[in-house]
Design a protein around this ligand. Structure first.
Ligand SMILES: Cc1ncc(C[n+]2csc(CCOP(=O)(O)OP(=O)(O)O)c2C)c(N)n1
Ligand code: SF4
Ligand SMILES: [Mg+2]
Length: 288
């Protein structure tokens, strides 16, 4: 029997604020898993610290709630240990674009076959409303009472410039489209990145549902060619009266990191026999 979205519902009490964009991301994710018909034991959901970090509690799958800023390295380790698993790293704009940003260009250029989904609400939600790297200039927060004085980071351009092979943006106000992006990201050969515009109804008074509804449009409806890097780069910088969502860029010809490492390629590390390994020689070599 094919899976249904309810099969991935852990039926736990959901603790997000009413109206938070995280609900829509959760629904889209469960729907995508059902469409992909993945067995829960083959899925790993890795989250960092933030409001979004509860995602793994609400999904029936293997879960790992790691420290702030580190979903990418942990997801990389899991994928390299067992490439047969479908590994999702969930992150926040604080997590991925501030404390954990050093991991982002490298996972992109290495093309590790993990799927990174960033709940970008342009604020630190869990710690009650501090400025984040994607907060718009002028936004008043707990830490910028007179308004943010610098321009925000551009995650799409950053990841594109790092050599990513699948770069997309979704909107939590459009579940069907978001489900489509998650399905396509999962089918992608290597690293896939989705930045999601996620309204935080409690701490972000600028990026509301209405703000985005008035501005977002789908790249798929414009004839955009996702294999054209120059076109993707141009679209990456469009932000204002019109905000593109959809797949900016995609190429399938670059091998994933796990395809390039001989020991992993041969068979997953988890299937290697570790019983007969003698580490004495190695220890002796490194002992002065
Ligand atoms: C090493 C470390 N530094 C700081 C914190 C405090 N902290 C917890 S969540 C968070 C920011 C969360 O923002 P984001 O990643 O955007 O997630 P959101 O809550 O908005 O979903 C911070 C600074 C922490 N838990 N660990
Ligand atoms: S503080 Fe914002 S991001 Fe966190 S649960 Fe509430 S609405 Fe969602
Ligand atoms: Mg945030």
């Amino acid at each position: 029997m094919p899976h249904k979205p309810e099969d991935y519902d852990s039926r736990r009490w959901i603790q997000w604020c009413p109206g938070c964009g995280n609900y829509a991301i959760l629904v889209a994710f469960r729907q995508a898993l059902a469409e992909l018909d993945l067995d829960p034991e083959d899925i790993v959901v890795i989250t960092g610290i933030g409001c979004y970090g509860r995602m793994n509690n609400y999904v029936v799958a293997n879960g790992f709630h790691v420290i702030h800023g580190r979903p990418i390295p942990v997801a990389t380790g899991v994928k390299l240990a067992n490439p047969k698993l479908t590994v999702y790293a969930f992150s926040g704009d604080g997590d991925a674009y501030a404390i954990g940003i050093s991991h982002l260009p490298h996972v992109a250029r290495r093309n590790v076959g993990i799927k990174l989904i960033v709940h970008n609400n342009a604020v630190y939600g869990l710690t009650r409303g501090q400025v984040s790297p994607t907060s718009p200039k002028g936004m008043k927060t707990k830490t910028t009472p007179k308004g943010a004085i610098v321009e925000p980071i551009n995650p799409i351009a950053l990841v594109l410039a790092s050599g990513a092979t699948f770069v997309a943006r979704g909107f939590a106000g459009d579940i069907q489209h978001l489900k489509y992006l998650i399905v396509e990201a999962t089918k992608h050969r290597g690293f896939a990145f989705i930045d999601i515009l996620q309204p935080c109804v409690t701490y972000n008074y600028i990026y509301t549902y209405q703000y985005f509804r008035e501005r977002v449009y789908k790249l798929e409806e414009t004839g955009h060619d996702p294999t054209d890097f120059a076109a993707a780069w141009e679209k990456a910088w469009e932000w204002g009266d019109r905000i593109p969502i959809g797949i900016f860029y995609r190429r399938e010809d670059k091998p994933a990191l796990e395809e390039l490492i001989p020991a992993v390629k041969e068979k997953p590390l988890v299937e290697h026999n570790l019983e007969d390994i003698d580490v004495k020689k190695l220890l002796d070599e490194h002992t002065i």
